[in-house]
Write a protein that binds this ligand. Sequence first.
Ligand SMILES: [Zn+2]
Length: 201
Amino acid sequence: MVGEVTAKVVGDVAKETAKETAKEVGKYAGKQTVDITKRLDVSAKAIESKAAGVDITKRIKPEKIGIEDTAKEYIADLKAKSVFSETISNSLDVSKLEKRTPEDNAKMREEFDKKKSNLRSEWEKLNNKEWPRYTEPVYNERGIMIRKAGDCLDAHHVQPLELGGKNEASNITPLDLNKHKDIHSKTGSCTKLVEKVVGGQ
Ligand SMILES: [Zn+2]
């Protein structure tokens, strides 16, 4: 009697254990299958695109297309607005344009504020010109004077700070406040360039 009961219990435990094991194996096997499928899918796509002559690892994002044109438009606009267009290089090396993080950008702004007057002096030596000054005061929309006659014209970064530009004399150019505002406005040429580069990254 006792032997029979023991045998039954052992048999039941064995059955339960087998069921649990089967469940575990099933779960594991299911997971593996999904992973393998995913991997196969990616590999298949890579093979497909290689066959089509496209290396997906080097694929240029669609937003990046046309960046050269946007950069050209920006430089042309900047030259048109500049007092000394001849001091601005004819082209911008688009390969050097890369988005700075907001933190790095803030650091560069801070550095610029400290170095501004030194950079203007360096710019003067570099270009053998005097940094231009406002001949008349400039007022904002509310009639408040924001620039005095005799103040230095604004400094604009040719390669924008947010796109990896440096605080160097060769990267700044004098711009009249209103033209400077215009170039950075929503539809301004500098804003468009920033959007183009940032959008493509
Ligand atoms: Zn600027």
